[in-house]
Design a protein around this ligand. Structure first.
Ligand SMILES: [Zn+2]
Length: 201
């Protein structure tokens, strides 16, 4: 129906989440109508992000330097670590403005049925951070999603930390978050309350 180059653009856009065939078409025509500068800026931003973005060597958040902005920010409390499943979960926690600590991004949640075991996540790296006496950790906030796999992951980590570092306080976000949902979709007021009301676990 379309020239092959337009068809290619539509089919690439259609691979994005939440973009159906019609939206892909609309976006493709929008790009066609845009100035060359705008279209090139879009294409270059995609290329650049894939070239530059890597995982922070400390917390595994997204970074364009060896360490992310939060790990290099001296004003952030280094004795407090918030453990989340995905880098995308850092954003909603930041939006609450209730958290001034650092993060640890696991890269997923435990799900033995799907073949996701502790060694597939950045869990050993979390224990190493807790063990590092040069940077003492007071509290680990388990902010995995309120889903079955998120709960299982929090339980697993809490058990290990209690054995390994009994002096570290382990907390879990207070209830109130929609069960079965993702942190990503929680509104900032609810998530802020869950953070402030976090309980020793
Ligand atoms: Zn970091």
């Amino acid at each position: 129906m379309y020239a092959p180059s337009i068809q290619r653009l539509i089919s690439e856009l259609g691979k994005l989440p939440g973009i159906g065939a019609r939206t892909a078409q609309r976006l493709a025509f929008h790009i066609l109508r845009a100035s060359s500068e705008d279209a090139t800026a879009l294409a270059e931003s995609i290329t650049e992000v894939k070239l530059r973005i890597r995982l922070c060597e400390v917390c595994f958040n997204l970074a364009d330097e060896p360490r992310c902005r939060i790990c290099t920010d001296e004003r952030r409390d280094a004795g407090l670590i918030c453990v989340v499943e995905e880098a995308g979960d850092v954003i909603p926690v930041e939006r609450t403005h209730e958290y001034r600590g650092r993060y640890h991004v696991l890269g997923g949640a435990l799900s033995p049925i799907d073949g996701v075991d502790p060694e597939h996540l950045k869990i050993a790296e979390l224990y190493r951070r807790v063990d590092d006496r040069s940077q003492p950790i007071r509290e680990v906030v388990l902010a995995t999603n309120p889903t079955t796999t998120g709960e299982a992951t929090a339980l697993h980590i809490a058990d290990v930390l209690r054995e390994r570092a009994p002096e570290v306080i382990v907390t879990r976000l207070a209830s109130g978050l929609p069960v079965g949902g993702d942190l990503e979709y929680a509104d900032e007021v609810t998530l802020g309350k869950a953070l402030l009301g976090r309980q020793r676990w």
